[in-house]
Ligand binder design. Structure first.
Ligand SMILES: Nc1ncnc2c1ncn2[C@@H]1O[C@H](COP(=O)(O)OP(=O)(O)OP(=O)(O)O)[C@@H](O)[C@H]1O
Length: 251
């Protein structure tokens, strides 16, 4: 794929200025663009509240630096903590201890509103199954993240381009029920890229897909990294593991 999935990214990385302005109006140093996501000494523990379920430590002292233009795969058996790490990295949940840094800034120093703003500008999250809204077309689903900022009109061409790039240019008016599992997953990936994402976080994107559909998803994720986007993916798919640039295997 030679087309650029992320025009905003090109604009910012081509600049030689030491500091750059992101959509969230935050000054980001150039070197921090190269490491959009870092997890430092992350421990995730669930339960243990008074009267609650038994405590379970899922992840202990976990470290990861995700680089721009790289696909990192978190592999491991079911229940090993892959989704837990993805949601912590995306700032959707908080670790029990440790630090999450987005472009060099620690989430500990941010309030809820700033985390939400920064997440919208930085991260596209595709959850397991890539849930879409049933009553909306593929195009409307892709444009959904642009609704809160009133940017639907301005992003419509980009949404069409993204659907083209994931091979669904002729299915824009189709609703999720009219698409296959792999096609729905591709719409979900396009939707996660619509705001000019620099980090694409994807949970088990090839689960329950046949080999051909799974390979198509993998090649879209690889193409995404060619545009400088960092991809963090949880998967036990051998082909995805093989094609990732870096790998963490959880026990
Ligand atoms: N909110 C929660 N409260 C208690 N336990 C939880 C919670 N969320 C996850 N867990 C437990 O933490 C462990 C890790 O879950 P997680 O979903 O991160 O694993 P996973 O590797 O993504 O699994 P899978 O491959 O099956 O999706 C599991 O044992 C799960 O039951």
């Amino acid at each position: 794929m030679t087309d650029n999935l992320n025009p905003e990214l090109t604009t910012t990385t081509e600049s030689t200025d030491e500091s750059q302005l992101t959509r969230a109006n935050t000054i980001v140093r150039a070197e921090d663009h190269a490491r959009p996501l870092q997890l430092s000494n992350i421990t995730i523990r669930y339960g243990g509240d008074r009267g609650g379920a038994e405590p379970v430590t899922v992840v202990e002292d976990f470290n990861l630096t995700l680089h721009a233009g790289e696909m990192h795969c978190i592999a491991g058996r079911s229940g090993s903590g892959k989704t837990s790490i993805l949601t912590v990295g995306a700032g959707l949940t908080f670790p029990t201890s440790g630090r999450v840094l987005w472009e060099g800034d620690s989430l500990e120093q941010m309030g809820d509103d700033e985390i939400a703003d920064r997440r919208r500008a930085l991260i596209g999250y595709v959850d397991q199954g890539g849930a879409l809204i049933d009553g909306m077309s593929a195009l409307e689903n892709v444009l959904l993240p642009a609704v809160p900022d009133g940017e639907v009109e301005q992003r419509t061409e980009m949404a069409k381009d993204l659907l083209d790039l994931v091979g669904l240019g002729r299915r824009m008016r189709h609703r999720p029920a009219q698409l296959s599992g792999g096609e729905r997953q591709r719409v979900a990936i396009a939707r996660a890229l619509i705001l000019g994402t620099r980090v694409l976080v994807v949970d088990e994107p090839t689960a329950s897909l046949d080999r051909a559909s799974a390979n198509r998803i993998i090649s879209i994720l690889k193409d995404t990294t060619n545009d400088g986007i960092a991809v963090l993916v949880a998967s036990h798919d051998h082909e995805l593991v093989r094609l990732s640039d870096t790998l963490t295997e959880l026990n």
